[in-house]
Ligand binder design. Structure first.
Ligand SMILES: Cc1cc2nc3c(=O)[nH]c(=O)nc-3n(C[C@H](O)[C@H](O)[C@H](O)COP(=O)(O)OP(=O)(O)OC[C@H]3O[C@@H](n4cnc5c(N)ncnc54)[C@H](O)[C@@H]3O)c2cc1C
Length: 426
């Protein structure tokens, strides 16, 4: 693979799922890869995270990864939807996944550890405690300043997350988040306390993984069990006043979470009340308008993952799209074939990815509104209306193959239209 006669020097910022995927795929192509991660150690932060079959297929192409993910992931075959007062609505089966691929969902820290270890096995160098302070580029190189040192490469892939610093150099201005008007209480907890209450004890079923969605006006509560009934994760998305601080570690308070669903069924309150408070976070959901571009003026720095395009959790695609970015960027750099052609590779990367990501981002709003804005008289009469759309274009998609298929044609299109810019309107 790869026609680069000298190894391309790829600098990757951020060891999230976007950065690590880019690193693994670049190493496979024998590029010289360095990842800079600001954290001093690999942290276990986060709770449940989901990967659709579009990114599940990426995991499955990395030798040994699926076998390590299987024991830690959720293995339910569907989700039961119920109303806020606990009336059963319908069961949505994940039957299409059997045809399209395999989904993976589990603890972010545990899945991240598997991917991280795979990256190390592939020879990726991850530099911890390496916060990138500055980005720079020339016509022929790109680099970062880390801990006061200038590091030079041929290309920088910036997967530095929702609070990306790289965005500023790419855009030429600092992009501010806006409140989405919603926040999420989230928890990942052991099931010990749930077992003590007859109302919730059955949730700790060691024989099968369970998944529920309780829906009410402007609130939804998703609950999943996994790891043979030992772990339960829940997320409660609710209306919130305009606070735009986003943090995966902001503390949440049990009684406040209960208050957000005051008139709901006792089982929902019981699950929340069994949550150890140190396991509860309150995460503000923010919006960012789609960026006018993901690549820098000299086309040697590209944003990938949340840095380029944050997702609402209701799209259930944030991590998947960041992995698709990583794979696509690596294929584009391979097919560009030389260091001189990095700018072409990044332009093609942006053009291949932009409209797909924009459409996938939009599903976060439509999915959320389908639940939150639902007329519950209508829902009770038409219970199937709450099912999540399972769009084939999202899930039955092979980002790697797609990049190989369309690279040449996209590159030709860009040569004919050198002023092409992404269209941030769907
Ligand atoms: C701590 C944390 C917890 C999360 N928990 C969940 C969760 O429970 N459920 C869920 O669905 N999603 C969660 N997410 C978000 C989810 O992981 C991402 O939306 C998705 O995987 C896209 O990944 P990404 O690689 O683009 O960004 P991220 O996963 O955000 O990774 C970005 C990485 O860049 C690093 N970084 C940032 N700035 C710099 C810098 N200047 N220099 C060097 N490194 C830098 C960060 O430390 C981080 O490791 C979490 C993200 C974080 C950071």
């Amino acid at each position: 693979m790869g026609s680069h006669n000298e190894s391309l020097r790829v600098l990757i910022v951020g060891a999230g799922f976007g950065g690590l995927t880019a690193a693994i795929e670049c190493r496979k192509r024998n590029f010289n890869v360095t990842v800079f991660e600001s954290n001093a150690s690999r942290r276990q932060l986060g709770d449940i995270i989901s990967f659709g079959s579009n990114s599940g297929r990426i995991f499955r192409t990395w030798p040994g990864v699926e076998d390590k993910l299987d024991p830690i992931c959720h293995h339910g075959d569907g989700i039961d939807f119920r109303t806020y007062d606990d009336e059963f609505l319908c069961r949505q089966m994940w039957d299409k996944d059997a045809i399209w691929g395999k989904r993976f969902g589990g603890h972010r820290g545990e899945i991240h550890e598997v991917v991280w270890n795979h990256a190390i096995e592939q020879g990726v160098e991850i530099k911890l405690a390496s916060k990138v302070e500055e980005y720079f580029e020339t016509e022929s190189e790109a680099g970062v300043v880390v801990n006061g040192e200038r590091v030079i490469g041929d290309v920088v892939l910036a997967g530095d997350g929702v609070r990306s610093l790289a965005r500023t150099i790419v855009l030429g201005f600092e992009d501010k988040p806006k409140s989405s008007g919603y926040a999420v209480y989230r928890s990942w907890m052991p099931t010990e306390d749930l077992k003590k209450d007859p109302l919730t004890a059955w949730l700790a079923d060691p024989t099968k993984d369970l998944h529920f969605g309780w829906l009410g006006p402007d609130v939804h509560f998703l609950v999943a069990t996994l790891q043979k009934g030992k772990a339960l994760s829940w997320v409660l998305t609710h209306k919130d006043d305009a606070d735009v601080e986003e943090s995966w570690s902001a503390p949440g308070y049990v009684e406040e979470a209960v208050k957000a669903i005051a008139n709901w069924a006792p089982i929902c309150h019981a699950i929340i009340r069994a949550t150890p408070e140190d396991r509860l976070v309150d995460w503000k959901l923010v919006f960012r308008d789609p960026l006018p571009t993901w690549i820098s003026p000299k086309r040697r720095i590209a944003l990938i993952g949340d840095a380029a395009h944050p997702f609402l959790p209701t799209s259930i695609q944030g991590a998947s799209q960041s992995m698709e970015d990583g794979v696509t960027a690596a294929v584009c750099l391979e097919l560009a074939g030389s260091k001189a052609n990095v700018p072409e590779a990044l332009r093609v990367f942006e053009k291949i990815r932009y409209s797909r990501v924009l459409a996938a981002q939009q599903t976060g709003v439509t999915n959320r509104d389908a639940w939150h804005k639902a007329d519950f008289d209508y829902v009770r009469k038409n219970p199937e209306s709450v099912k999540l759309p399972q769009q084939e274009w999202v899930f039955n998609f092979d980002a790697r193959q797609h990049a190989y298929d369309v690279y040449e044609q996209t590159s030709e299109e860009l040569k004919k239209d050198p002023d092409w810019k992404p269209n941030p309107i769907l």
